[in-house]
Design a protein around this ligand. Sequence first.
Ligand SMILES: *Cc1c(COP(=O)(O)O)cnc(C)c1O
Length: 475
Amino acid sequence: MLYLSTRGDPSRKRFCEILLEGLAPDGGLYLPESYPQVSDVTLNRWREVYHKQGYAELAFEILSLYIDDIPAADLRALCAKTYTAEVFGTGEIVPLRHLENGIWLEALSNGPTLAFKDMAMQLLGNLFEYELARRGEQLNILGATSGDTGSAAEYAMRGKQGVRVFMTSPQGRMSPFQQAQMFSLMDDNIFNIAVDGVFDDCQDMVKAVSNDLDFKRQYKIGTVNSINWARLLAQVVYYFAGYFQATQTSSEKVSFTVPSGNFGNVCAGHVARMMGLPIARLVVATNENDVLDEFFKTGVYRVRGSADTFETSSPSMDISKASNFERFVFDLLGRDGARTKQLFGDALQRSGRFDLSQHPAFNDVRLRYGFESGKSTHADRLATIKDTFERMGMMIDTHTADGVKVAREQRQDGVPMIVLETALPIKFAQTIVEATGREPDRPAKFEGIEALPKRVTRMAADAQAIKAFIAEKCQ
Ligand SMILES: *Cc1c(COP(=O)(O)O)cnc(C)c1O
């Protein structure tokens, strides 16, 4: 399997070459040259594999189609080490539970940080450690987080050989629970940096360091952001696992509703569908930051400025542009790299928008690719959380609530609608209390974490300061 860039560069790479990279050199995102096709026979076999041998073995089957530069025995061992009941709470790893009227919730949030990003990041940690050891290299991961990504990365990389994590976050802006989750890590290879500023200041520091190519090379600076292909690939697996739980035979179809921000999660659903998983609808649910809902409704993709990017009660979906969206548009345009480059490289830079409403392919968004969309507001979120709690006794988090709200609008009779549960309510307790008047349940292992000792370095929003810090820690 070879990988190409969405912006038309003629070079081709193998999986382990792109594993540790972010963007392709031409600014595009990596995708496989083609999507492996899954026959009915294979689908039936995978159903057995999942039910009899488990999620890790299913992951191995799917990943093997995309990764041919890691020996099979090693890849199987990496999957087995990652997807355990101990780390993810149950043997099913992603258990499905029924909500109402053919709407199901697929639990993706029982990993170490209680958000779905663990599903991919835990695998990434093991893949990184493996590949770095094989090359005899080190990697310093530098990132900016306002919550879920940073903690998922730290819990995936803690204690791993060859990797250090430097994670910046805006001082005092994360929820107490999120701060406690990150700052209580005492591993030698994890460095928390609380920046005097907002999230954008953190991101600017990371960008400034990454743009200093000499520093970047000398200190082997890397990232783990959501455009990483390996993360996306790991997420493809739970679309299959959800399908096998919701259906009896492989002639049935299901739909998925995905609480979306950067389009990483739902893009994995698109990949699963392109492989032949019988998905009827892929529903993109957004919050007030509705860049994606607007595109799917109108064909206009319009990036928001910071003044038009709202801070909401489903904060992990507060995005101004959707960094993985380029992957879908590349497929939509018949994999035309030159045209994708024009749209994402030129038009967005120039005017912050592009318009595909008159393009013949825009009809395919629905008809051929199955996409639908909807949005949810703070009031919707509160009403949905209150309703599912009062009528069904189920507490759901704010992001999942955005999904449930939109799923109710998009469900079809006879087609199971699976909503991906992207976080547990305890992470966003304040809004849950606002909606239900009750504190959400807290998994036992998180009892009292706010009182644990914290390890964090406070820093001015200054790229020089973080460079000096990294240099010191790498001695
Ligand atoms: C990251 C995140 C999302 C958005 O996922 P994307 O892949 O960026 O679309 C939704 N919900 C939660 C809880 C998240 O952490």
